[in-house]
Ligand binder design. Sequence first.
Ligand SMILES: Nc1ncnc2c1ncn2[C@@H]1O[C@H](COP(=O)(O)OP(=O)(O)OP(=O)(O)O)[C@@H](O)[C@H]1O
Ligand SMILES: [Mg+2]
Length: 499
Amino acid sequence: MRFPLPASRFYHTPSAVSNRLTMGTIHITILPMQDYPYVVTISSEKGGVGKTTLATNLAIFLKALNEDLPVSIFSFDNHFTVDKMFEIKGQKLKGNVADLLLETPGSELLHTGQYGVNYIPSSTALTDLKHSIKMPMLLARLLALSQIPGILIIDTRPDLDALTENALYAADRVIIPVKDMASLENCRNIFELFDRRGLDKKSLALIPCLIDSRIKYEGMFRDQRTLLKSYAINRGYRCLDVHISKSPKVESLNTNPAGRVYPVLTHARGTDVHGQFFRLASLVTEEMEKTAEPRSLLFRQWLTAENGRKKEAFFARLTGLKPDCLFCKRPLLKEPTGTASYYFETSDGGASGFLEEECFFGFLLSSIYNLDNGFTADDPTWHILKDSTKESSFVFRPMENGNGAEVEFSQFDLKGSRQSKKHYKLREYEGGLLSRERSKLFTLMSETLAGFGESLRDGFLFVHPVNPQEPEAILLEENYRNFNRLKKHIGEQIGDREA
Ligand SMILES: Nc1ncnc2c1ncn2[C@@H]1O[C@H](COP(=O)(O)OP(=O)(O)OP(=O)(O)O)[C@@H](O)[C@H]1O
Ligand SMILES: [Mg+2]
């Protein structure tokens, strides 16, 4: 039995960019492959409802229906049924599903399997690995970058663990087998999970499985299938327009002296289940055909946009920096000196830039620690002080106390715990009006927090150490987020209104 199918983006289809090789009278067309898989996840918390039988046979029937469609499968379970069914004897294995989660591209892990189905071998390492999987969208991201073509079937464990959750969110279609009232009750958890995460439940659909057609009821619920379907619809769950019957023949397919698992396609011809799988495979194919952009492609587009946004935000931060060191006025960015060791930013984000290590440390020694009494460069105290400054963040906060302008200076460790606090008079010139030496503290404050007229803006200046080899790295998304978190935490401690 074959169903005619329209040409699809999932197949090798002729295109403007195809190459044609002519060998005698035979034309071979090398065509681009679609590498964003349409993903079908089979899931149910209930054990023994037929998930693995469904996943493995669906893959085989999909391939039988669509010769040119690349079909792949893997399982998050550790019973190795997928491997027993698809592995080719003597095949050298090049990784498994644990490697996929550890970021090996999916296409590199695909093994050519029996019945034309590609598979990623199962793994026993998932129990340990899953505890480190904290992100529910990890698999969606990995599949978006996997370059797995065609359709991918994922078999899951009878558990709503982190791996199942990931497989649910990555799927274009989730098929939930239900065989009785208990398994029907159980699928509420999947629907509630989608509600909690605010996800569209359109991807979820039930399929009555292991239906014993000999059982008949009096009244409107004629049989098991009608009963389960009515209850499902009553609860607002969508049901696929196909079911899988219970069949002793199918049950016997994984019990044989060879320890193999045989497929319904070849070993259960003539059963109802054989026809039902064809129907299911054609239904899934139709849905796939209607899906112009599978989730993996949408996720990839989102990742690209997100990267673009991050790059833009990074360049915006970079162009907003003051170009010179505030103290020595040497250009830091145009001619990188490798000595830009501190990043500063005001609490309102109005001024930001880098400071030379020598300049800032020299300023701390003379104006803050009052230790400017002739240290030589080989003095161990000087080195200890210099190292400890690189382990600290600094806050300079202008204030008025009735006796003129002051600056509250605080030193924090890199986790944001305050180590010390002191107040300093803020004067333009050191040593009073007769002195011509401009105060470095005044320079620092006026260059960053200058407000209207002679007053300084409300808020504070935050100075944080950076790696002098790569100072701009602090402005990259993740680092900048951490920097801002620390800035906010410190602002809350010192009672800044903006924090
Ligand atoms: N249509 C069917 N007719 C008869 N027996 C079936 C049918 N489908 C599956 N079975 C049998 O039911 C049992 C459970 O099936 P299967 O392993 O596919 O379920 P599962 O949901 O994957 O189980 P688990 O939750 O343990 O992973 C197996 O022994 C299998 O052979
Ligand atoms: Mg299973």
